[in-house]
Ligand binder design. Structure first.
Ligand SMILES: Cc1ncc(COP(=O)(O)O)c(C=O)c1O
Length: 377
């Protein structure tokens, strides 16, 4: 991995110590160039349209490779919330059905389920997290005969906790309960292979750890569950449309996840995310994940040595790219501001400072971050 070459793609890295990928990924020069290329193609009007459209299949192959799916199981969306909402709006709910989730989810993975109550009488049950952990046994214990779906984040936004999707998925699959995952805080930092992990739906935006433009995300729908979800948003892309006869209306859905795409996507986003995924596939997802673990382990050791209290569970199967911490002596907002003054970018979440380095951050940057914090004992 040629770190210097990769870093030169991200101009912000020479200006700031950027440790905020849980909030928003910066765009590489290649991604910006690819997005500009899409706009230039549309600058040619319909002349460039074929080349724009061809990029969609290429992107879907790269997304499929990222998560161990097939391209036919990928629908392009704008963001995570849209993907989760498509699942919520499309499943055939019955009054009294139950969705099980937990009480530390990001709202994108809460409101689509709460929204089902008034319309269908679906109840959403919130399993309390324990010490920042979403405990699989607790989720399982909350599933009853009415439970149709379990909705969790792969990685939690507030503390980087990673749930055991293998065990949860095995349980859900065995009971005929759908497992729907908000993937945005994990994908691009922590590997997830849906050919091995029993997930039914996986929604993500491309704009955090995947380092793609805002406004382009995707929804994975496992092949066998696609027929159960009614496409709630449809248009000429969703159906077997004869392009020579647009007025020969024929509501026959395409046989793949394309039926969940109503019309043309945001092509600047398509080109941009495609360029970004090239970086991940070139470096290798395992190499990316190994560096994220090494950097965050160093971060945690340094924070503990300085007396800070970690809010992030850091067991081997629990860790991810985000680390949150609090101080007994300093307000989190003050620490956050002090870091920002030192040109170190982090976030404040749920009363804690959240630090989220990516694979191209360096050990020296982690040490600079640590050296900027006052000792907490
Ligand atoms: C777990 C999680 N889900 C979803 C989102 C945002 O979703 P969207 O892609 O709809 O903007 C965030 C953003 O902070 C998040 O942390």
């Amino acid at each position: 991995m040629d770190l210097a070459k990769i870093r030169s793609q991200f101009p912000i890295l020479s200006e700031l110590t950027y440790l905020d990928h849980s909030a928003l990924g910066p765009l590489s020069l290649s991604v910006r160039q690819a997005a500009a290329e899409a706009l230039a193609l549309q600058g040619e009007g319909s002349v460039g349209a074929q080349r724009l459209a061809a990029a969609v299949d290429v992107l879907k192959e790269k997304i499929a490779r990222l998560i161990g799916a097939s391209p036919q199981e990928i629908a392009l969306t704008r963001n995570t919330a849209e993907g989760l909402s498509a699942v919520a709006a499309g499943l055939p709910w019955r009054e009294g059905d139950r969705v099980v989730t937990d009480n530390i989810e990001f709202p994108a993975n809460v409101y689509p389920w709460l929204n089902l109550k008034a319309r269908y009488g679906v109840e959403t049950y919130f399993v309390p997290a324990r010490d920042g952990r979403v405990v699989v046994d607790d989720l399982i214990a909350a599933c009853d005969a009415h439970t149709r779906l379990v909705a969790v984040s792969f990685v939690q936004f507030s503390n980087g906790f990673r749930v055991d999707l293998d065990r949860l998925g095995a349980y859900c699959r065995g009971r005929g309960i759908y497992l729907c995952v908000d993937g945005i805080q994990g994908l691009g930092a922590v590997p997830l292979d849906v050919s091995a992990t029993p997930v039914d739906f996986l929604a993500s935006g491309g704009h955090k750890w995947l380092l793609g433009p805002l406004g382009l995300g995707f929804l994975y729908l496992r092949r066998d569950v696609q027929r159960v979800v009614w496409p709630a948003e449809v248009g000429h892309h969703s159906v077997e449309q004869d392009p020579d006869h647009y007025t020969h209306y024929n509501l026959t859905f395409r046989p793949t996840a394309e039926k969940f795409e109503a019309s043309a996507p945001n092509f600047a986003g398509v080109f941009g995310l495609s360029a970004s995924l090239d970086l991940f596939h070139t470096v290798g997802l395992d190499a990316v994940a190994a560096r994220v673990v090494a950097l965050t382990d160093r971060l945690c050791e340094g924070l503990a040595a300085r007396g800070y209290r970690l809010r992030s569970p850091r067991g081997p199967s629990e860790k991810s790219g985000a680390v949150t911490f609090v101080s007994a002596r300093h307000a989190s907002a003050d620490l956050h501001a002090r870091l920002r003054e030192a040109r170190i970018v982090t976030s404040l979440r749920e009363g804690a400072v959240r630090v989220s380095p990516h694979f191209y951050n360096t050990e020296a940057e982690i040490d600079r971050f640590l050296a900027t914090l006052p000792r907490d004992r």
